[in-house]
Design a protein around this ligand. Sequence first.
Ligand code: NOJ
Length: 735
Amino acid sequence: MKKVALATLLLVAAACTQAPKAPTAKSYPIVDSLLKVMTLEEKVGQTVLFTSDWTVTGPTMREGYLDDIRAGRCGNIFNAYTAGYTRKLQEIAVNETRLGIPLLFGYDVIHGFRTIFPINLGMSCSWDVEAIEESARIAAREAAAAGLHWTYSPMCDISVEPRWGRISEGAGEDAFLGSLIAAAMTRGYQGDDLSDVGTVLACVKHYAAYGAPQAGRDYNTVDMSERWLREFYLPPYKAAIDAGALSVMASFNELDGVPATANRHLLQDILRDEWGFRGFVVSDYTGINEMVMHGYASDVEDAGRLAMNAGLDMDMQGASYMDYMVGLVRSGKVRESTLDEAVRRILNVKAELGLFDDPFRYCSAEREATETLTEDNKAAARRIASGSMVLLKNDGVLPLQKGKRTAVIGALAASKDDLLGSWRGAGEVESVPASILDAIREVAPVAYAEGAKEMGDDRSGFAAALSAARSAEQVVLVIGEDCQWSGEAASRSDIRIPGVQTELLEKLAATGKKVAVVLLNGRPLDLSRENELAGALLEAWYPGTMGGYAVADVLFGDFNPCGKLSVTFPRCLGQVPIYHYAKNTGRPYIHPEAKYESRYLDVANEPLFAFGHGLSYTDFEYSAISLSSDSFSGGGSIRATVTVLNNGSREGTETVQMYIRDLVGSVTRPVKQLKGFERVTLGPGESKEVSFTIDAETISFWRQDMTWGPESGDFMLFIGGSSDDVKEIPFSYAE
Ligand code: NOJ
């Protein structure tokens, strides 16, 4: 077929109205022009996304993706990066296909691209929304310089399921905090102008409710009421879309019996009709084909038909659209106008990215060399990593003293690789300047013993570890999970620390030494035994490229820990699911002697570490709450104020949290639900008033008739430094 110069189409397009700059992916004249001349095959090509052979992020590989690009069969590529390689692929698309439509390059930039930040669950524990936005901005700049246009993030899946390995990729259990983080990450990635070469397109995933798989097994069935879905699971996806995200990834799971990949209720009714989403929807990796295994489609062709007709625009890696869409349109099973809409949405985003103006604008070897892993990026990674750590327990062991003889124990202490966590983008272990052990060595004389690996039952290192501990003045034990034990396809049925690591802690504690335990892990763990044995417990997650230094900063007091749990830590797996916004039930557990109340016979109802928990090296004291008025009505509001005092001897940052309870509703309401927070930094002896506004939106919910709004009645308001450590005061509202 004759090659049509893209430049000609651009000239025609330029004569039409000017394209809008705001990230709305409205209509672009170039897209109209293209759609008029594209063949059916060329249209389908734009709905196809294949992986390169650079990175493996799923079960299949496709030979010959270069030929697919050349033949116009594949308009989008993921897992290919570097300015050089993306330029090479883009040249094929632009110079060797008839229309020269540029490729879109996607990649999983999840918690950093080259400079790796803490895993997302860790970052969410900073409650520092600006810092999280900054991490996304840095990741976007680094990724865009390597030729990438599109990141598969933010991951907006709320989860109360610690068995599920992907809980590590999200922002924890709470929709309010999760929404702020989802919006911040979207802003960080996309900036104000998607055509800016320092930004990338965000992809809101995994839509929807992928974080609620039954039994915590990845990809498993999800079923929940529409009310629960809307109140506790959907808000972060919506927040990212409201912040301008122009792509969405459908999740692998089914919801109410219909796979998300072809779920019209999710993709059309809610996403497009209710929320006004204007971008495109991509399947997850072979998600269309998997509808056959789900038992929802009879074969891959049928799956393609169902997905396209439900509003799924792009097929990731499945080749269902590539192989069958032309036939489906010709046979009338898919309307050509439906395909046109999908293509239009995809091309609009390519236009929004500026790819029709200059397809090579993102591939810049110069920017790649100068904007990647810069000192500023690394300094931000170090600060954000320290701010993400949660001091779960401290019996006065921390901070440690510099210069004192320190035993450092545990295989994980010496690992640079584990610091990066799973989904580490293009982060490389060679870029990690120091393990935890290396970093501690810079501030104290160290005796290192491996003691125990993170897996297996090898106890041969115990004796050396015990002897190192005995002759040390302070002892650090680093334990946890191998970093590949969280992330995709990494569910566990046991959420205790694996291997013989806890046994080693038992032996170390038996020496009489107080042990400071540093935890590297990607999920809430059952730390009941460690909590009994350790002198201090520092949850460091997988802290990223600068994680070794960041851990040492906290251990030795250069950084005063301020992280607060964004997810509840149970006492044991039997308590799961456990989360702070639980309902009261008709028989709440109140009387210790009562039998017929909602309780366990063998474990307390309370978690080991509650949502919002996190200690500091200083102490914060809260005054009683004062209210500007004890009631409000209609569109009015009240202010709730507390004075927070730093009662210790060093500066610290506290996250002041506000929760509410609606005492009686047309449907039952949580006993406590996060509705606001503010981070304050106070010097020793300093105090500050912190105020929250409570209005109708604060107390709104999905009422019995499934409308969103407030109801008149009595409420309880709570403010404190953790969901289980709050002051309370009643108020009322009249509609
Ligand atoms: C499958 C994962 O579920 C998704 O999160 C990821 O973005 C894609 N693979 C692409 O790697």
